[in-house]
Design a protein around this ligand. Structure first.
Ligand code: KG4
Ligand code: ZN
Length: 332
């Protein structure tokens, strides 16, 4: 089995994946969402402290399988340094005591593997990655090389939901909360926000202007009612998704993808999923979606990425395994 460990942000998670048939043997996750909710975002110092409690607890669940583990796949970048260090330290200690090799996994690459948890990878592949830290459109060729076609110049898609939720005092993470309020909206034409960079030829995303439009709308209303929140949430979600789709349509016109996947925590967004289904259907392109359970951060996707590297003998020497808040070269 491959042991996957993930601690790049506010989730501590471990998973065991069988190498031969990709059977998912165990998946445990301790989320810190409630602890960060009062602050409207992840507080690094708190995240680090909670990882030091959660990771040893998760280790107990793995103990019965120690003898069957052939390698440890560990997220070492990108993420919060103070969070990454917790998982990496545990992985290194286990590697020494159990005498098994380490495999360093880029968190974004891990998200891409969430599309292939139960099957072998299929390439070439286009990807939309939407998480709390990233918004990117990627092209992956047959040789696993990844090129970035578009990315955000400021906030990410998921982060813009978190910030909109924070401005309305709704807690963290904002994605699902905003979505739930949007579904309650009965007055769909009440507010309308401008789609960022509409008509602009640049293939890039920007969510800071939309965030500002939401802020000004909130300020113009004296006391926010539940109805106000639902109506703003609806208009915001619609505009954020329209921005993603506007640039994607242009990209689809330029590149004829045969296969396209959407990954990352925000890929659970139902409005985005429906729009992508339409785009792919009209473009004769197969749409790949990860199971909802594995859209947000989890160690199973890390174990899955590790299994691929294990089969290719791509191990990481103990001394070379370093953490980094930023991403180095992306490669599947
Ligand atoms: O991938 P993830 O679990 O963590 C990072 O790697 O960042 O993504 C978390 C992000 C948060 O910003 C959260 O608000 C967003 O994904 N998210 C959503 C939805 N569910 C989670 N954003 C929009 N719509 C959703 N349904
Ligand atoms: Zn993530």
């Amino acid at each position: 089995m491959i042991l996957g460990i993930e601690s790049s942000c506010d989730d501590s998670s471990v998973a065991l994946l069988r190498i031969d048939d990709l059977a998912q043997i165990l998946h445990k996750k301790i989320s810190q969402e409630e602890a960060h909710s009062v602050y409207g975002g992840v507080v690094p110092e708190l995240a680090a402290r909670l990882h030091t409690q959660a990771l040893p607890a998760l280790l107990n669940d793995i103990k019965p399988y120690f003898k069957q583990i052939k390698a440890i796949a560990i997220t070492n970048e990108p993420g919060l340094s103070v969070s990454l260090i917790g998982g990496v330290s545990m992985a290194k200690a286990l590697s020494i005591s159990l005498k098994i090799p380490l495999i360093a996994i880029n968190h974004l690459v891990g998200h891409i593997y969430s599309l292939f948890l139960g099957n072998e990878i299929a390439l070439p592949l286009g990807i939309l990655l939407v998480s709390g830290g990233h918004t990117m459109v990627l092209d992956i060729d047959e040789n696993k090389n990844i090129s970035i076609i578009a990315k955000t110049t400021d906030d990410s898609f998921g982060e813009s939901f978190d910030k909109a939720a924070k401005m309305m005092g709704l807690g963290y993470p904002g994605g699902q909360i905003i979505g739930n309020y949007a579904r309650e909206c009965k007055d769909k034409d009440r507010f309308s926000f401008t789609i960022p960079l509409l008509g602009d030829k640049r293939l890039e995303y920007s969510f800071s202007g939309l965030k500002n439009q939401v802020r000004l709308q909130i300020q113009s209303l004296e006391n926010l009612t539940q109805k106000d929140i639902s109506d703003i949430s609806f208009a915001f979600e619609k505009t954020a998704c329209a921005h993603i789709m506007d640039k994607l349509k242009r990209i689809f016109n330029e590149r004829k993808f045969k296969r396209f996947g959407v990954v990352g925590g925000a890929s659970a967004n139902p409005v985005l999923r429906d729009s992508l289904k339409d785009l792919c259907k009209n473009s004769n392109c197969e749409l790949l979606l990860a199971p909802l359970e594995f859209c947000s951060d989890n160690a199973m996707m890390i174990a899955r990425a590790g299994r691929e590297k294990f089969l290719n003998d791509e191990f990481t020497c103990y001394k070379d395994l370093k953490i980094s808040p930023k991403t180095s070269k992306l490669r599947l």
